[in-house]
Design a protein. Sequence first.
Length: 219
Amino acid sequence: MAFDDLEDDIAVHTWTHPYMTTFDNAAVLGELGWTMEIIHNSTGGRLPKYWRPPYGDADNRVIAIAKEVFGLTTIVWNQDTEDWSIGEAGGTTSDAVHASLTKWLTGPKSPGLIILEHELTTSTVQAFIDAFPMIKGNGWDITSVSELYSSPYQNADGDNGAVTPVTEVVAFDGTVSTSSTNSSGSSSSTTTAAGSASATPSTTSSLSHTTANPTITSS
């Protein structure tokens, strides 16, 4: 099946799923850059616009590298089903996931929901299938991150839009001078490393975590 027929939004989730704040700048560049490259090569030259840090682990340094080198906006969730741990020792259960989804979906509409779910097993997929009637029945609008911010790609209007080829290279010396705080609130030390990366021209913009207001269910 051709990529244009899938109607999926492709974003970055890193190359090896690490805790990104434990990596130096060069390793952060590699995790994001290699993933950007394979998405670019697999989608007809599209460059993704968003990334989700594994475990929600991103501090100001990592967020700055993602944005200023690769043009990636950091997207995190505001509710976590922990469905990935179904069936694991000490993990959650399908009933617990369903109870959490019921609580969130029957609760207030503001500020909206970004729910973290996974397509790892039949149990995690079934959890979403079971929750879907509650989403519709409680009047939620289902949308994607890209629909809130426009196209999922930096150089195309979507899966079927014309692609602007990447022609510029941004060099990055790896120096990020900032004391930072990760998503769990703990301190992370400043690091310096050398590196370079290919990307679209960097832009100046907000580097804070992004949490959208409208309802989103995402896997």
